[in-house]
Ligand binder design. Structure first.
Ligand code: KE4
Length: 427
């Protein structure tokens, strides 16, 4: 496998882009080696600039649930583009997107489009503070909600993998309003609520964590957060940027039957274009301008091309039986990789919810960020490269998710399991 062009591009990139990448995880720093510069992608496959092809389980970190360059999405985006890429004025497409989101998420009465998941969560936190008149928020160790200042506290994903869960450049005054609880531990939330009585504006959670690797909610965890929020007057915010339309059409709220007060979305609803959204109860969302005093705005919010690509994606996801088929594929993959690890005598814990999953190199459960301490990160890095060299692309970080798309064929899954079987023998 030659990597000459990726290596040369990475060299060039580092002269003009911090770390040579526009998002840190892409730099391969936590797994080592040469980041692959991608030339194109189609279906379940991506091809790098040296012509190497990979079965892709990064899926652009979640958006590509239909696989890459899905014809329906390409056609919709191209058609929108021909009518003009951006107007800075309302369009019917935004109304249709909002209606679809509200239809799929019964807890949402009003929804606002923005341009990233970061912007969605930042805005949701602001409106929760405006609604409650309170300043503090509770987040969970290992959860990532994008890079808004106050959320870079014990942050997962980029925070975890680069050992900076508390980012430089964030004034203590901002971070000081952020309280950190332990995932899957409602008592840790109740303790913070008691210590900060009447001061907590929101409990913010990934209802299925995807940024400390995949960590499902323990039995009763989400229900416990719902009860704690109701009793304390805090707004319950489900960050469904990953899980929204990923694990069910109605996300984690559909799967677990626990409604949030505010929900954030992103990734899939843009079909691969920049997007985010936040929404929830009318009485809360009416605090946002132009109705209320909480300000939020965006030049490209509700962009017609992103809306078209997103709507085409959501149309395709509404196909009866689609999520059941996706579940079966992901379950088969997880089962096959688990068996391959066992056959090679490799300790592997696989956490999976629907078509998002993570294999942790440990023989113990992984139920919160503390549990990552007993996971072998170096082994993950070796496994990552073992698969990459065999034409399979996982996330270049132990604390991210792998995503199965509707475009992954049974042959792709078989090839992946075969590659894993071989890679496990070299760990
Ligand atoms: P963006 O600002 O990257 O669109 O979304 C931020 C965000 C918010 N909430 C959750 C639950 C998220 O997972 C994310 C972003 N996810 C990461 C991967 N874990 C994006 C990849 C990256 O940072 O390059």
């Amino acid at each position: 496998m030659t990597l000459d062009r990726s290596a040369a591009l990475f060299e060039r990139a580092q002269r003009v882009i911090p770390g040579g990448v526009n998002s840190p995880v892409r730099a391969f720093r936590s797994v080592g080696g040469t980041p692959r510069f991608i030339a194109s992608a189609k279906g379940s496959r991506i091809t790098d600039v040296d012509g190497n092809e990979y079965i892709d389980y990064v899926g652009s970190w979640g958006p590509m649930i239909l696989g890459h360059a899905d014809e329906r999405v390409v056609a919709a985006a191209a058609e929108a583009l021909r009518r003009g890429s951006s107007f800075g004025a309302p369009t019917e497409l935004e109304v249709r997107m909002a209606e679809r989101v509200v239809e799929c998420f019964p807890s949402l009465e009003l929804v606002r489009m923005v341009n990233s998941g970061t912007e969605a969560v930042m805005s949701a936190v602001r409106v929760a503070r405006a609604y409650t008149g309170r300043d503090r928020i509770i987040k969970f160790d290992g959860c990532w909600h994008g890079h808004a200042d106050g959320l870079l506290v014990k942050a997962g994903s980029t925070g975890l993998q680069y050992g900076v869960p508390d980012s430089a450049g964030v004034p203590a005054a901002y971070a000081g309003h952020t309280l950190v609880a332990r995932y899957n531990d409602v008592d840790s939330v109740r303790a913070l609520l008691a210590e900060n009585e009447g001061q907590v504006a929101a409990i913010l959670v990934e209802p299925v964590a995807g940024n400390m690797g995949v960590v499902p909610p323990a039995e009763g965890f989400l229900q416990g957060l719902r009860k704690a929020a109701d009793e304390s007057g805090a707004v319950l915010i489900f960050d469904e940027v990953i899980t929204g339309f990923r694990i069910a059409l109605g996300g984690a709220q559909e799967l677990y039957g626990v409604p949030a007060d505010l929900t954030t979305l992103g990734k899939i609803i843009g079909g691969g274009f920049p997007v985010g959204a936040y929404g929830g109860k009318r009485e809360i969302m009416e605090r946002i301008s132009p109705l209320g005093p909480a300000v939020q705005a965006g030049t490209l919010s509700g962009n017609p091309v992103a809306m078209s690509a997103g709507l085409a994606t959501l149309d395709a996801l509404s196909e009866p039986g689609l999520y059941e088929a996706l579940e079966a594929k992901a379950a088969a993959l997880a089962e096959g990789i688990g068996q391959a690890a066992q056959a090679a005598g490799v300790a592997l814990t696989c956490n999976r919810v629907g078509s998002m999953m993570t294999g942790f190199f440990t023989d113990r459960p992984v139920a919160n960020a503390d549990d990552l301490a007993h996971c072998d990160k170096e082994r993950y890095a070796r496994f990552f490269h073992g698969l990459l060299n065999r034409g399979v692309a996982l996330a270049p970080s132990y604390c991210e998710a792998a995503f199965v798309s509707t475009a992954h064929s049974d042959a792709d899954l078989e090839a992946t399991i075969t590659a894993a079987r071989s890679a496990f023998t070299e760990l």
